[in-house]
Design a protein around this ligand. Structure first.
Ligand code: PLP
Length: 400
């Protein structure tokens, strides 16, 4: 342990990865745990996208490309931003990387110095605060309220900004809440940001297409073009094309920032997989034909979980408009006891109990900076989802 660098002591292992490991370990012991913890869709990567990857291998597209992505991929990304988001970028304002995660990490590492602050609305994606800490910055978490739909208000943003603020991270649709900012809400946040020229904005749009019931996605640089010069718009293939394992993300932003991220990437991982880039071109160059079918299935699953929540005393949530997560209030179950007499004294204890008693894995809200909740991901097969819901209901009803 004396060999571990001090900077690593600021970081905790990803709680989502820890749950995945635990589920795998139990499954190896023959215990059929159903995981509602994973942050990925169970759908297969669409065939025409796979085929583009296979053809790349067959045609010998298996060598290095430009660090920030091939010219053909950048042109597909530029086309996507212009088609879907009214954002016009030049190639030097675009970078592709090994997942959105790497791009977010590189953006923070390239810009933060000791003590600079990053505003992170809570509940937040687990990796943001740890990435900020690794980059010597200071995470300023701003709690958002369930009754505000888990969204940052302009007043709360204004109160959090200081001369030391370097970034605001805005994730819509949100992991873990499924919240979605409307264009008007983004405009209202933008009005605050226009008065704070020291602040860059990282818009994490990775769940963009997963909006239900006709909800319309918007992104900050589109809602307020004056902010485009200090906004990094991050997106990726993982969630929207069910391509988590291909590791391909991309971002658009000011050339000075993209250039700095590219230097960092050139000295660490170099280009994202050339094969994944070929698949990415196929994915991004046209609107996704499979999307309506996926959205229908996901809406149906969301309804199944919402009906569970409505049936179980002690659980509550409003129907989230986007992504594939429900952030469930479980405060009324905290303080109860199991049939064996064990006290459920936290959301973590409840999540542990649900694994032991119900063999269903969820994630405690505390992992996302908001104790008193459970995050349920409904990205699994309908039948398994129904079994998982029944088990949660039975386990919760057994608490006294
Ligand atoms: N941003 C958010 C909000 C996420 O939930 C995730 C994945 O869980 C990522 C970024 C990372 O995506 P990628 O697979 O592109 O690295």
């Amino acid at each position: 342990a004396e060999f571990i660098a001090p900077r690593l002591k600021r970081v905790r292992p990803s709680p989502t990865a820890a749950v995945a490991d635990r589920v795998r370990a139990l499954q190896l012991q023959g215990i059929a745990v159903i995981s509602l913890g994973q942050g990925e869709l169970d759908f297969d990567t669409p065939d025409y996208i796979k085929q583009a990857g296979i053809e790349a291998i067959q045609h010998g597209e298996t060598k290095y490309t430009a660090v920030g992505g091939s010219a053909a991929l950048k042109s597909a990304i530029i086309g996507k931003f212009s088609r879907d988001n009214d954002l016009v970028y030049r190639p030097e304002e675009i970078i592709a990387g090994t997942g959105a995660k790497q791009l977010i990490f590189n953006a923070l590492l390239a810009t933060l110095s000791e003590g600079q602050q990053v505003i992170i609305p809570a509940p937040y994606w687990v990796s943001y605060p740890d990435m900020v800490a690794l980059a010597d910055g200071k995470a300023i978490t701003v709690p958002c309220l369930e009754q505000d739909g888990w969204k940052l208000t302009p007043a709360a943003l204004k109160a959090a900004i200081t001369p030391k603020t370097r970034w605001l991270i805005l994730n819509s649709p949100s992991n873990p809440t499924g919240a979605l900012y409307s264009r008007q809400e983004l405009e209202a946040l933008a009005a605050v940001l226009l008065d704070a020229p020291q602040v860059l904005v990282l818009a994490d749009d990775i769940y963009e297409p997963l909006c239900y019931d006709g909800e319309v996605f918007a992104t900050l640089a589109q809602a307020e073009p004056l902010l485009k010069q200090r906004t990094l718009t991050v997106n990726g293939l993982s969630k929207s094309f069910s391509m988590t394992g291909w590791r391909l993300g991309y971002a658009g932003g000011p050339a000075w920032l993209i250039g700095a991220m590219e230097i960092l990437q050139s000295q660490s991982t170099s280009n994202p997989s050339t094969i994944s880039q070929a698949a990415g071109i196929a994915a991004l160059k046209q609107p996704a034909p499979f999307l309506p079918g996926w959205l229908m299935q996901l809406t149906n699953r969301r309804r199944r979980v919402m009906s569970l929540i409505e049936q179980v005393a002690g659980l509550s949530a409003a129907t989230p408009p986007a992504a594939f997560y429900i952030f469930v209030n479980c405060k009324d179950l905290i303080g109860k006891r199991t049939a064996g007499g064990k006290l459920i004294d936290s959301d973590q204890a409840l999540a542990d109990y649900l694994v032991e008693q119900g063999q269903v894995a969820t994630l405690p809200g505390s992992a996302f900076g908001m104790p008193g909740y459970l995050r349920i991901a409904y990205a699994i097969d309908d039948q398994l989802l129904d079994i998982a819901c029944q088990r949660i209901a039975e386990a919760c009803r057994a608490l006294k």
